[in-house]
Design a protein around this ligand. Structure first.
Ligand SMILES: *Cc1c(COP(=O)(O)O)cnc(C)c1O
Length: 398
């Protein structure tokens, strides 16, 4: 990758922080519990192949993605460990699931029947995990209230279908990251429904090698829910409300740099819509970063970027590809200097809170034209730029 591409806007991925976060959770869950790392959505924007390779080398037991395409990306990237697809895969893709040795979520009996038939036709066995809807009201076998007996029946029937290997069963919490008493009670209610389903299935002789439900929120709050495997996502990336409690470090930092500096007289409107007018003479930096890179337009006139000499407030509207910042009080900032959007000095957690959203959304939004720089032991180990299909340590010169 050419150096000037990097000197636009770039993300740094701290692989030491990733290792640290992995180990911190490992210690928390103890030796008897397996670890599934959630790497869907390009590992929350961090680079699914790079993150998965690292997790594989650290001894992680399982990975999860949302779709067959995401799983294929991992296999193509040389990731050989077990991969669970959390979302729906059309049953006609069953031969691919089997060929790539992937584990498919099954969320209803009708789907199980289709997968079973497709696996028989393909002459293979499809490994599946049963998804139970204990209260998220998304995917999964219905088991709450009056649906309990019928749901358990349907799961038992699904697991007994030919050419399906029901390795696991899982559910997902909707409130495990909250300390509100009502939310805590709801998470426990979901967990108890899940345990009742497991008991009812065990009574019929159906047991599972991998029972799992703990996402990052449950990892922090509910050790009793760890069962055979935990399933953290955001904790792996060192973000979310529990990052401090768990002693985690953010993995991604986002930077941009000053492309141009201009001095404007008083009462000069800056950017689209004249949202900001200079109150007096201002030294303004133009940054090559915009909402198409993942800097949400909602931060217009609100966020200040971090610099060693103090904050550089965003002036006016964030554009698609450019953003203006006030450098008046920062005489030591020159063209080419780096500014931190989020990272060691201002966290993605704090930025998310400003816009009343979650850090998940911020890191997932860092777009494919933003190069990722992978750092380990203080060295850049890899550079990746998705728009050029590059995943290289050093650029081919051409
Ligand atoms: C995304 C996801 C997770 C991870 O959630 P975090 O809050 O990031 O820990 C776990 N399980 C399922 C089913 C998911 O979809």
């Amino acid at each position: 990758m050419e150096e000037e591409i990097l000197r636009r806007t770039w993300a740094e991925i701290d692989m030491d922080a990733l290792s640290h976060n992995y180990r911190a959770a490992r210690e928390r869950i103890g030796p008897g519990v397996k670890y599934l790392g959630v790497v869907k959505a390009d590992a929350y924007g961090h680079g699914a192949v790079q993150v998965s390779r690292k997790l594989q080398s650290l001894g992680c037991d399982y990975l999860a993605v949302s779709s067959l395409d995401e799983a294929r990306e991992l296999r193509r990237g040389g990731v050989t460990m077990p991969v669970l697809i959390l979302g729906h895969t059309p049953p006609e893709m069953t031969p691919q699931l089997i060929r790539h040795d992937l584990t498919q979520t099954v969320s209803a009996l009708a789907k199980a029947e289709e997968y079973s038939q497709a696996a028989q036709a393909a002459g293979g066995v499809l490994r599946v995990h049963i998804k139970v809807d204990t209260g998220m009201s998304r995917l999964g076998f219905l088991v709450r209230g009056e649906h309990f007996a019928g749901g358990v029946d349907a799961i038992a029937t699904a697991c007994a279908l030919p050419n399906l290997d029901a390795e696991g069963i899982f559910t997902h919490f909707s409130t495990s990251d909250s300390d509100d008493p009502g939310d805590r009670a709801y998470a426990m209610e979901q967990f108890n429904v899940f345990l009742s389903v497991l008991d009812a299935l065990a009574a019929r002789g159906r047991r599972f090698r991998l029972r799992h439900c703990a996402n990052s929120g449950a990892l922090a709050r509910y050790p009793e829910t760890f069962l055979d495997m935990v399933r953290p996502g955001i904790a792996l990336y060192g973000l979310g409300d529990d990052a401090d409690t768990l002693g985690l470090c953010p993995v991604m930092s986002l930077y941009s740099c000053v492309s141009t500096i201009k001095v404007f007289d008083a009462d000069t409107p800056v950017s689209y819509g004249r949202l900001y007018r200079t109150p007096d003479r201002r030294r303004v930096g133009v940054l090559p970063v915009g909402y198409a890179d993942g800097l949400f337009r909602g931060f217009s006139n609100r966020l200040a970027l971090w610099t060693p000499g103090g904050p550089a407030p965003i002036l006016g509207r964030i554009c698609m590809d450019m953003t203006m910042v006030d450098l008046s009080g920062l005489p030591n900032i020159h063209v080419g200097d780096t500014l931190e959007i989020f990272g060691p000095h201002q966290s993605a957690n704090a930025l998310a809170a400003m816009l009343d959203t979650i850090p998940y959304e911020l890191v997932c939004a860092v777009s494919k034209r933003v190069p990722r720089l992978y750092k380990e032991h203080g060295q850049v180990t890899e550079r990746s730029l998705r728009i050029l299909g590059q995943d290289t340590l050093s650029a081919p010169t051409a």
